[in-house]
Design a protein around this ligand. Structure first.
Ligand code: AR6
Length: 181
């Protein structure tokens, strides 16, 4: 589904984050910004070894922070690396997850991206329950997008139909409460 307000949009879809033709894709990174499993593994594989060469000198990334590299072999021009919280270990988990979304859109906006694609941060290896994570994600995006100068499109790319089915009602409810249509 897709909602819009003042020329900006937020949409959900099922897909592979590495295949998205957007200006920036977000990596569900680890603190070392190293290749790992899940999204991070897929992004490093698809981008190629230059990505790890670019990440190594960045000195890692704190929980809730975001750092930008080029996209190398990806269709996306830039990669925004953010480290989401490990659920119930990195506390307060909801605030840290919101910070990951907020700082990621700010970082993408800072490199003049018009479009960005997110995976469902923290909902895989880091154990964040999907529906609670969707609530945090869409709340942060709905609050943060109006302050962005260049970002116009946000795509939440979900790995399974079941994940889309969890996200859509949350987006519908929060968006309509905030005047998005
Ligand atoms: N495209 C879209 N979504 C995906 C893809 C993909 N190619 N692959 C997985 N997902 P995760 P986290 C979904 O574990 O929880 C890594 O090992 C997946 O189904 O990638 O933030 C890193 O090195 C899930 O819903 O990220 C870190 O150590 C969501 O993306 C750690 O995992 C996030 O799953 C980060 O854990």
């Amino acid at each position: 589904m897709r909602v819009e307000r003042n020329g900006q949009s937020i949409e959900t879809c099922r897909g592979d984050i590495t295949r998205q033709e957007v200006d920036a894709v977000v990596n569900a990174a680890n603190a070392q910004l190293a290749p790992g499993g899940g999204v991070a593994g897929a992004i490093h594989r698809a981008a190629g070894p230059e990505l790890w060469e670019a990440c190594r000198p960045l000195g890692g990334c704190g929980v809730g922070e975001a750092k930008v590299t080029d996209g190398f072999g990806l269709p996306a021009r830039k990669i925004v690396h953010t480290v989401g919280p490990v659920y119930a270990r990195d506390e307060p988990s909801a605030e840290l997850l919101a910070a990951s979304y907020r700082n990621s859109i700010a970082a993408a906006d800072g490199v003049a991206a018009r479009s960005i694609a997110f995976p469902a941060l923290s909902t895989g290896a880091f154990g964040y329950p999907m529906e609670a994570a969707a609530e945090v994600a869409f709340r942060a995006l709905i609050e943060g997008l109006p302050g962005c100068a260049s970002l116009r499109e946000v795509r939440m790319v979900l790995f399974a139909d079941a994940d889309v089915a969890v996200h859509d009602p949350v987006l519908r409810r929060l968006a309509s409460a905030a005047g998005w249509e």
